[in-house]
Design a protein around this ligand. Structure first.
Ligand code: SF4
Length: 290
């Protein structure tokens, strides 16, 4: 297993994708923004939104000074818009309580709104070069295959995942690069459905050595979008984002006529999440514009 570090780091130096948040001069705040956006959204959709975002709001204080509605508009179609609200709150806390500087240690990062175990470790590692295990879905899958000889990771994350990756981390200055390389391998080579073992830089992989035994876990549910409350919420937000002034319930109602109870539930959830508010005369607007 000791060869895994140079093999993976050399491969990463040769093959890494040119992603804007990995370029020189990108600040810890801008890396944190990318991690918020990438949590549940593919790279190709994040890229243009991230570029526009960091140009418009390059610092936490600049983001904090923006209105919640402008933040929701800039979030655009990335989905899961609660992340935008949490990012705005996170910017406000960093601006007011941390002198506009993103903290560098995992525990302080974990105290910020919207920052969980993965994001805290990713920022500590990628922005500050800290030697901390960074574990996302891709990393869990690669470790399951390379170390444990299993097709897939366990259904849910556990402390064991961190310990597994910690055990692989080198003790020298290549640790952060190794962490990002492990994630990159899972994203582009050791993918969930069709690992491209012919392109893999690793000479040792337990799953390959065992002849690729099939997964023994439950079949994964395919996430659908069409017809879900998420889709309805997205359509309602589209109307509000496009309008400079509050809109009537009737203007919202037309976006989803097939299931009016579902539509009202989606609108209620946007109100509860604080992404939308209702004016005194009963119309609806993005947060802060009511
Ligand atoms: S050999 Fe195949 S399964 Fe093993 S790490 Fe490489 S790509 Fe993944």
């Amino acid at each position: 297993m000791t060869d895994i570090v140079p093999q993976l780091v050399d491969w990463y130096r040769r093959e890494q994708r040119d992603l804007p948040w990995r370029r020189p001069g990108v600040t810890p705040w801008q890396i944190l923004v990318s991690e918020f956006m990438l949590q549940q959204t593919p790279v190709a959709r994040v890229e243009p939104v991230w570029l526009a975002w960091v140009e418009r709001w390059p610092t936490p204080s600049a983001t904090a000074a923006a209105s919640p509605a402008d933040v929701l508009r800039a979030w655009g179609k990335l989905g899961y818009p609660r992340r935008a609200k949490r990012l705005h709150e996170c910017a406000t806390v960093i601006a007011t309580e941390h002198d506009d500087v993103v903290p560098s240690d995992v525990d302080t990062l974990l105290s910020l709104p919207g920052v969980g175990q993965y994001t805290a470790r990713a920022v500590a590692c990628f922005a500050y070069g800290r030697r901390v295990p960074v574990v996302d879905t891709n990393v869990r899958r690669v470790v399951a295959r390379v170390v444990h000889g299993r097709a897939d990771a366990a259904p849910s994350a556990s402390a064991r995942d961190l310990a597994d990756v910690e055990a692989l981390l080198p003790d020298d200055e290549t640790a952060p690069e190794f962490s990002i390389a492990l994630m990159e391998l899972g994203a582009v080579v050791c993918t969930a459905r069709s690992p491209r073992c012919g392109l893999c830089p690793l000479s040792t992989c337990a799953w390959r050595s065992l002849g690729f035994p099939a997964s023994t876990g439950p079949a994964k549910r395919v996430q659908r979008y069409a017809g879900t409350d998420r889709q309805v919420r997205g359509r309602l937000l589209d109307v509000l984002r496009a309008s400079d002034s509050p809109v009537t319930k009737a203007e919202l109602d037309v976006v989803w006529l097939t299931d009016t109870a579902q539509r009202d539930r989606a609108l209620d959830s946007l109100l509860v999440d604080g992404l939308v508010e209702q004016t005194d005369d009963g119309r609806f607007a993005l947060a802060g514009e009511g």
